[in-house]
Ligand binder design. Structure first.
Ligand SMILES: [Ca+2]
Ligand SMILES: [Ca+2]
Ligand SMILES: [Ca+2]
Length: 247
């Protein structure tokens, strides 16, 4: 089973994105800036081995960026629209914020996606990168990657985290989540605020309606709702699992 180390950037050299921008200036993210921030984590099976997209039709649909490897040809590097921020816990109640914040990213493609190399940032300098030493972070079709600031379910509210991060805080009132490549291509952004009708209920994750799983639809707070799915620690959310419809 592959192990994952999520790394944090020590230096911040990037120009951060304008709201709603289609792309980002190329951030200064030299590989040497990435340093391991947590002990290696075992990748959960649902993430490690996404089913290959079936049939030759999917092969034909596979983009030029798909690569042939021992893990199969149906694997591509993310492009805009391929990755959607589908859920986030900005204000856990069962545990402290420093122990229980998390972000769920979903692969919207019908084939596996390699999320290694993606960068998560916000508008005021929080930043971390996804690294697995070049081995890839393979997310199955429609599957999710759950990123959290504490990988231990015993102390994070009972959340199964796929990868842990440091250096990123989800403010309780207003914050941003930008997902982009190291080359500066913005894949998805969510900018939430307490004043914007966002479902920022303490102890409940904000959950994207499954019918709105695209980077434009998730800009609209009306397509989000407070999760009511129970977590073992007492809060609500569906990290790593499908989101319930909002209506
Ligand atoms: Ca918070
Ligand atoms: Ca978006
Ligand atoms: Ca979910």
């Amino acid at each position: 089973m592959p192990t994952i180390i999520l790394t944090a950037l020590v230096s911040l050299g990037s120009t951060l994105p304008a709201a709603g921008g289609a792309s980002l200036p190329a951030p200064s993210l030299p590989g040497s800036s990435f340093v391991p921030s947590t002990a290696p984590l075992a990748l959960s099976p649902r993430v490690a081995l996404g089913a290959a997209a079936p049939g030759s039709a999917s092969v034909e649909a596979c983009r030029a960026t798909c690569r042939d490897s021992a893990l199969g040809p149906l694997l591509s590097k993310p492009q805009p629209g391929d990755v959607v921020i589908s859920e986030f816990m900005s204000n856990p109640a069962a545990v402290s914020d420093s122990q229980g914040e998390w972000i769920e990213l979903r692969n919207t493609l019908p084939w596996r996606l390699d999320m290694e190399g993606l960068v998560i940032s916000d508008a005021d300098g929080d930043l971390f990168g996804l690294s697995n030493g070049g081995a890839g972070i393979l997310i199955g079709p429609g599957a999710t990657l759950v990123l959290g600031n504490n990988p231990d379910p015993a102390t994070n509210g009972g959340v199964e985290i796929d990868m842990a991060y440091t250096g990123f805080v989800l403010a309780n009132g207003e914050d941003e989540i930008y997902v982009h490549t190291r080359a500066g291509v913005l894949l998805d952004a969510v900018e939430y605020s307490a004043a914007g009708a966002w479902p920022l209920t303490p102890g409940c994750s904000a959950s994207l309606d499954p019918g709105s799983s695209d980077p434009l639809s998730n800009d609209d707070p009306g397509n989000w709702c407070a999760s009511s799915a129970p977590l073992p620690g007492g809060d609500s959310g569906s990290p790593g699992a499908p989101n319930a419809p909002c209506q």
